[in-house]
Unconditional design. Structure first.
Length: 730
């Protein structure tokens, strides 16, 4: 079967050529199916005598999958030519390329081509995306005709089509040649001849400029049907195609060669060149580094900055963060599946908390998440109408705000989400966060987009101060320790006579976020790269004051942190009292560990770049630190310690060396972020959390566990001991 793709620049006459070719083939007894692939959907108009037929995409938009039938989109035309129009969205919305893919899938599902001897695809030749290139694919077209005039832009489009074909075919031969549709511009014949020669293609047909075509168009029929002499051109072409036409490889020209071929000797003189621009002065140093430094000035996820693997997507990060504005509705402008993934991620943290601790973590088990339920039709025709309808539906429930988050599909088709902002009311703001799924980046980037968007839209600048309050910024909402850590810090603040104004952004309300600037001091929960970006954002944009560092972990850090917070509010006495209470208890507990741990060897391999909270307790309990392997971690900037003790530290540690070092140092305890199945027998393996528990006792709790395990001589097998796990991990 001949499957012929007729490509050409928009408006060049490829529909006229296609319809006449179909008619000529049909007159020769060939059963022809013509598929119009231009969103204008007028390819088959001359064959159907002006009847506008239902397009495939209009049909699938209103007809459920199970109810679809081929005869609803396949119409008989002149001489039995089967006529199909793919259709497409209105200009400026949705994705016409995706529309072509969808239309082809439906035709394939019904084996539309099976009853025909030849198929003609009439395709827009401005090959702008993969969708428009679908008919070029080998499974569809086995023969390609390119329609062009002698105008430069038509030849430019023809050359682009050759580039598209080359991408698919390499040196394989599928191009039959050029159909030259004359416009009668000066030097046109020479231009087309030179182009054809340079591209190594024949001119298979020359269609003269004639009023006959306009007359036939007005009569809604082809020149072939009307029987004009010009029909001979299409009959000759049809005969050549049925008798076996030679095929050629696509050999596109370079831009320079194309210009030379088109303009040849009649090339007009070029205008005087504009004065050359002065050379760009670049700062010294590797270009990549200066680019990164500039990007770091913006709020860019560190994984994007360093081309590290992207974990999750920005949509997921934005939604997972936004749901912590508990009295707002987060509206995912996405397919159901994107929202489902986010929903599961968010709710699983809550479920895990219930399961492990018998208590609800601050992560919602039923997040305040809604979805616009984009489907394939919305991707093709644009989903803004559906989004708007969903916004109006949500408004009836009167949430405190609606936050719209875009996903890959809505981002790719460029849906205009700002349209819904006109439905905002003074007491029901609508905020658009363009997260665009993976197009914007990873989970962290989505978090940043959400933080910044909400802050800029909600935080009120003119606000009365609330003394004795603090804000907490950047709690890791997906971490297991988030809830317990907040409780610990809240208790510390309580002992100092302080309270939390706003948690940015964890289980917060719209009004609390609005009053963010009322608190005189801000406490960063996680002092990693992302946390520091946020601190800079609040400092630069709002002049906020932050305490140095993140939530304290371990005895020494907690002591210092408490004193700094207390000093800020002039309450040193309360902090000293609290520290004194804890100090004696800490000393007593460490002393009790020494018999089990004195002289025991500890090896640590970790992404955590500050482990003083463990080292301090281990050293106090008499352990020997035999090796400290620090793995590279994009969120941290290098190993830090304030212990002053000599340590065998290896930075940028390669995890592959872990096995050899374990054999070399024979540690009693091996502490890592992830256990390995190859740990040698006799080593007590334990895991170090990426987000450790805050407060005085985080290191002590962990080291106490080793003492108990070593005393009982339980090493590898303790994980199987439910009572033990319950006692030390619950
Ligand atoms: S990467 Fe894109 S498609 Fe996948 S879940 Fe994220 S937004 Fe949806």
């Amino acid at each position: 079967m001949n499957k012929i793709a007729v490509y050409g620049k928009g408006g060049i006459g490829k529909s006229t050529v296609s319809a006449n070719l179909s008619a000529a083939l049909a007159q020769a007894g060939v059963r022809v199916l013509q598929i119009g692939c231009d969103p204008k959907h007028d390819s088959t108009r001359l064959l159907t005598h002006g009847r506008r037929i239902t397009t495939v995409l209009d049909y699938t938009r209103v007809t459920g999958h199970a109810d679809r039938r081929l005869e609803d989109v396949l119409f008989p035309g002149y001489a039995g030519v089967g006529c199909v129009e793919a259709g497409g969205p209105k200009p400026g919305v949705g994705c016409a390329g995706r529309g072509i893919i969808t239309a082809f899938e439906l035709l394939e599902r019904f084996h539309a081509e099976d009853d025909y001897d030849a198929v003609i695809y009439d395709v827009l030749g401005d090959v702008v995306c993969g969708g428009f290139a679908v008919p070029i694919r080998r499974e569809y077209a086995n023969l390609i005709l390119i329609v062009t005039s002698g105008e430069f832009m038509a030849l430019y489009a023809a050359n682009n089509i050759l580039r598209g074909i080359r991408n698919y075919d390499g040196e394989k031969r599928r191009v039959a040649g050029i159909v030259f549709n004359r416009r009668d511009i000066a030097g046109e014949d020479g231009r087309v001849a030179r182009f054809a020669e340079a591209a190594g293609l024949p001119v298979c047909a020359v269609v003269p400029r004639s009023g006959v075509f306009a007359r036939c168009e007005a009569e809604n029929r082809t020149v072939v049907e009307a029987g004009y002499e010009l029909a001979g051109i299409f009959r000759d072409l049809a005969r050549a195609l049925t008798e076996g036409i030679s095929l050629y490889e696509a050999a596109p020209l370079t831009d320079d060669d194309l210009e030379h071929a088109v303009f040849g000797p009649d090339r007009p003189a070029a205008p005087e060149p504009a004065a050359a621009l002065p050379p760009v002065r670049r700062p010294a140093g590797p270009a990549a580094e200066s680019t990164r430094a500039a990007a770091a000035e913006e709020l860019v996820s560190v994984n994007i900055l360093y081309d590290d693997p992207l974990h999750g997507c920005a949509f997921n990060g934005a939604v997972g963060t936004g749901v912590h504005l508990t009295d707002a509705v987060i509206l995912a402008h996405s397919p159901q599946s994107c929202a489902y993934i986010s929903y599961q991620t968010i709710s699983s943290a809550g479920r895990r908390g219930l399961f492990e601790r018998g208590a609800l973590l601050p992560n919602s088990v039923s997040p305040n998440l809604e979805c616009s339920f984009m489907d394939e039709n919305d991707v093709i025709f644009g989903g803004a109408d559906k989004l708007e309808a969903k916004v109006l539906e949500i408004k009836k429930k009167r949430p405190r705000a609606i936050v719209v988050v875009t996903s890959c599909p809505s981002g790719i088709i460029g849906d205009d989400v700002s349209r819904v902002l006109r439905h905002a009311e003074p007491d029901l703001p609508i905020i658009a966060v363009r997260a665009d799924g993976n197009l914007s980046g990873d989970y962290l980037q989505g978090m940043l987009e959400m933080y910044v968007s909400l802050a800029r839209e909600i935080i009120k600048r003119d606000i009365a101060p609330m003394p004795d309050t603090v804000n907490i910024v950047f709690e890791k909402v997906a971490a297991k320790s988030t809830g317990p850590n907040f409780k610990i810090v809240e208790e510390f603040l309580h002992r100092l006579g302080l309270r939390v104004n706003c948690r940015f952004l964890c289980e917060t309300t719209f009004d609390r976020l609005r009053d963010f600037l009322a608190a005189p001091l801000n406490l960063l929960a996680s002092d990693d790269y992302t946390g520091r970006l946020l601190r800079r954002f609040f400092t630069d944009e709002y002049g906020c004051v932050f305490l140095d560092g993140g939530f304290p972990v371990g005895f020494d850090e907690t002591k210092e942190w408490l004193l700094k917070v207390a000093d800020f509010f002039g309450r040193r006495g309360a902090a000293e009292c609290l520290i004194r209470e804890q100090e004696s208890g800490y000393r007593r507990r460490v002393e009790a560990l020494r018999p089990a741990l004195r002289g025991r060897k500890l090896m640590i391999v970790t992404f955590n770049h500050n482990v003083d909270w463990i080292l301090r307790v281990a050293l106090d309990a008499g352990m020997e630190i035999v090796k400290l392997g620090i793995l590279r971690f994009s969120q941290d900037a290098g190993f830090v310690t304030r212990l002053g003790a000599p340590l065998n530290v290896e930075e940028n540690y390669d995890d592959a060396g872990r096995g050899a070092d374990t054999l070399k140092y024979r540690p009693d305890v091996l502490l890592t972020n992830y256990n390995s199945a190859d740990e040698p027998a006799g080593v007590l393996a334990d895991t170090i959390p990426m987000c450790p528990d805050a407060g005085f006792y985080s290191g002590l709790n962990m080291v106490s566990r080793w003492a108990a395990l070593l005393e009982k001589n339980l090493r590898g097998e303790w994980m199987d001991d439910k009572k033990f796990v319950d006692k030390y991990y619950a």
